[in-house]
Design a protein around this ligand. Sequence first.
Ligand SMILES: [Zn+2]
Length: 426
Amino acid sequence: MGLIIKNANVLNAAGELELKDITIEDNRVTGIIDAGSEVEVSGEVIDAAGKLVAPGFIDMHVHLREPGFEHKETIATGTRSAAKGGYTTIACMPNTRPVIDTPETIKLVLDKAATEGIVRVLPYAAITKNELGRELTDFAALKEAGAIGFTDDGVGVQNAQMMKDAMTLAASMNMPVIAHCEDESLVVGAAVNEGTFAKKHGLKGIPNESEAIHVGRDCLLAEATGVHYHVCHVSTEQSIRLIRQAKQFGVKVTAEVCPHHLLLSEEDIPSMDANWKMNPPLRSPRDVQACIEALEDGTIDMIVTDHAPHSQEEKAKGMQLAPFGIVGFETAFPLLYTKFVATGKWTLDFLVKRMTADPARVFGLETGKLEIGAIADITIVDLESVQGVNPETFLSKGRNTPFTDWQLKGWPVATIVDGKLVWSAE
Ligand SMILES: [Zn+2]
């Protein structure tokens, strides 16, 4: 059985839109032909008239919360939320309970994803047992079980020797180390950025250098070990400076940024509402500008959501006590399209590549492209539709977003994984 997507607006090699019909057989794209041509493929027909048809989005930083925190999210709900956001591949972080630090837990996640998930789930494994920073996990066994990289996301690896050992081992098996950069000695008990909001409300702040110190340390360790080092959710001007310098020096460093760090600063936080609390926190307008420029000049390689669902009860505890994190799948594309593409700052091609081809390139994935022979992971987006963000409509269990009621343009309407329609708006 095949699938035909008719009247698709497809980005060509020059980054311009062309009207095409796309044929899919089994799980592969078999044809991208001028719209209206006669084709012989039996199967379902999707009319994409007026809509963008792009490679499925890839999100290399997400929290699915399973096992252990199923009240926040499950692999079933998280992958549905991802599909609704146009994502066909997501890479999940190991800070679950138990922590994903054994081959058994990797297998559990992969099995659940295969039976209950609807998009591709790529698991990361922890660098250290229980993410406690004391003892390395069994990298070889974790790789064998299907881990795609090593990270203690949620916390930084505090000890430089531990990080160097991890990088040396990962490099020897050609695996990346992915780092949440945070020096804990600088952030004890802080919930927001060390800046204007913290000052106004008499709160402790998280300083920029708590992130950048780890970025600088780890760039040096990556240089020494030759590992592929990937920096999570970059949020500060100082981190960017260090990544830029390391890249210029030939260090194998890559980086990601989240939509909220491109769109919001601490000056936008309206109240002590914990839906504005995430880690790293919303920084100064100057940091936001630095993140935008770093993405534009290639210092930052890709956009990720850091989708981090929490229950309403947990987020109701207020700015100081609530857990860090906001949901991201279902608003990422419309947010970025509305604020950067519809305003003429970026081309559509630029945005799509940072969410598809670039993460695929950095992590060596086979997906992320729409061409003949490619795996048929596809997202269809209505670039004209305008809707307000309504958390009640989220497929995620999490409702924790600072973007409620934002009027956004460019909503995904259908998502195809491995040649099969897994979600559609109708
Ligand atoms: Zn993190």
